[in-house]
Every structure is written in structure tokens, then in C-alpha cells.
Design a protein around this ligand. Structure first.
Ligand code: ADP
Ligand code: YYY
Length: 224
């Protein structure tokens, strides 16, 4: 099987639509690999912070995108741990500060280009579930299966609120809703690879729909 023959299921959508949760569950059911492309952008944003880089210095950020090593380690049953330059940065990566930094650096075309090959390298037999913003439009446009997940901004903010509270992070619902709306606007309005459904993506509005039901619908899209 050549790389381009390996089946890919792309799952794109805005923050809190359930991409990570659904992608991991579907990848486990199919026995396929999983790409969390957002973690790559978050890792570059966090590494830029560690290096005290200026978020307006595109050249330095591109070098950072090439130089930052990102590793994924399975954590029995839980979210995979993410190692950035060898350090376990999983908790730092999930903060809204890291999300906002990722969204800012992700608007720089050369940063996106620097991460392209790294993302495509995840396409390995027997298959790949790829989660992000531009998986179906730019990174794997030839993917045979594409999904675009949405949910109302209020429900997405509530999901994130509960998720962060469960982790002991102190946040307010109003603050999260503001951050989610700001990130939606930036991700959807940027010139390169904006957040939008691929024309051939199946759109699933998950507002008020439970995780198991969404997993079932996505598995059907992949013919399983
Ligand atoms: N359909 C759903 N119904 C209720 N909660 C959900 C649903 N999908 C995901 N969640 C929860 O919402 C939170 C955010 O989901 P996540 O997968 O991190 O979204 P994304 O990767 O799109 O930002 C998680 O706590 C997850 O368990
Ligand atoms: N394929 C991708 C994945 C993420 N990004 C950017 C834009 C997003 O706001 C940030 C963080 O993405 P991530 O998927 O980790 O964030 P959420 O879990 O959806 O909140 O990175 C991107 O531009 N392209």
C-alpha cells in the first residue's frame, strides 16, 4: 500500500466541537492511527513561549516550528501524553493560553507550511483519523472520509468549562465563551487554510447529542 492509498478519515471543526474525543474513540474502534494536528500548533506556541519569542517575529516562529520536537505517548485509556522537546507538556498544552497562542501562530502561512510534511507522515497503514481545522481541505484533500463537527458556541464553552473544572483549572464560563468566539473568528478569517468544511465533508451538528451517538455517526461515515 503506498501512502496515498492508506485511508484517512478527517475530522475538522471549531474548538470544543468534540474533535479530539470523537477522533480518539473512532481511531480506537477502527484500529487506525490518530493525528492531533492542534497539538502540533499548540506545541510550537508553547515552545515559542519557553524561548521568549516574539509572536510577531514570523522568521523565529518558523524556525521554532521546524525545530520543536513533538512526541505522543499513549496513556492507557486516557488522552495521549504530549512531549515537547522531551518534556511532558500535556497539561500546559490544553490551557486556553496555549490555544490562543496556537491560533495566533497558525495564521502565519510559513508556520503552516513547516508543519505540513510532519502531519502527512502520520498517514500509515492500516489508516489514519486526523483531527484539526484543515485536515479535509489542505492536508488530506484526497481523504475518502471527511467529517465536519459543529455545536453551538454556548454548548462548546460549557463542555470546555466542565473539562477544565474537572482538571482543577479555575475558569469562568463567560471568559471561555469569549475566548472560543475570538478563536473561531481568527481561525475562520485567516487567509491560509481557514476553518471551513471541505465541500465533500459530512457535517454533524453535535449540539445536544451525546458522545456515543456522535461516534456511531462518524463510524458510519467511514463505512464501519
Ligand atoms: N457530543 C458531546 N456531548 C457532550 N460532551 C462532549 C461531546 N463531544 C465532546 N464532549 C466533551 O467536550 C469536551 C471538549 O471536547 P474535545 O474533544 O476536547 O473537543 P475539541 O477537540 O473539538 O476541542 C470534552 O470534555 C469532551 O468530553
Ligand atoms: N489543523 C489545525 C489544527 C489547529 N490549528 C490551530 C487553530 C486552533 O485554534 C489551535 C488549537 O487547535 P486545537 O485543535 O488543539 O484546539 P481545540 O481542541 O479545537 O480547542 O491551533 C490550526 O490552525 N490548524
Amino acid at each position: 500500500m503506498t501512502a496515498n492509498e492508506v485511508p484517512v478519515l478527517t475530522i475538522d471543526g471549531p474548538s470544543g466541537s468534540g474533535k479530539g474525543t470523537i477522533s480518539r474513540a473512532v481511531a480506537a474502534r477502527l484500529g487506525w492511527h490518530y493525528l492531533d494536528s492542534g497539538a502540533l500548533y499548540r506545541a510550537v506556541g508553547v515552545a515559542a513561549g519557553w524561548g521568549d519569542l516574539d509572536l510577531d517575529d514570523a522568521g523565529a516562529l518558523v524556525r521554532c516550528a521546524f525545530d520543536t520536537e513533538v512526541g505522543f505517548r499513549d496513556d492507557a485509556g486516557g488522552e495521549p501524553r504530549v512531549l515537547v522537546n522531551g518534556n511532558d507538556a500535556t497539561d500546559e498544552l490544553r490551557t486556553e493560553t496555549a490555544g490562543a497562542a496556537a491560533s495566533a501562530i497558525a495564521a502565519i502561512p510559513a508556520v503552516r507550511a513547516a508543519l505540513k510534511d510532519r502531519q502527512r507522515a502520520f498517514r500509515q497503514p492500516p489508516g489514519l483519523v486526523a483531527d484539526g481545522r484543515d485536515m479535509g481541505t489542505v492536508i488530506f484533500p484526497d481523504a475518502p472520509f471527511k467529517v465536519f463537527l459543529t455545536a453551538s458556541a454556548e454548548e462548546r464553552a460549557e463542555r470546555r468549562y466542565k473539562q477544565l473544572k474537572d482538571k482543577g483549572v479555575s475558569v469562568t464560563l463567560a471568559g471561555l465563551l469569549r475566548e472560543i468566539l475570538a478563536r473561531d473568528a481568527r481561525d475562520a478569517s485567516r487567509a491560509v487554510a481557514p476553518l471551513r468544511p471541505a465541500e465533500d465533508a459530512v457535517r454533524i451538528d453535535t449540539t445536544g447529542i451525546g458522545i456515543d451517538e456522535v461516534v456511531g455517526r462518524v463510524l458510519k461515515v467511514a463505512g464501519a
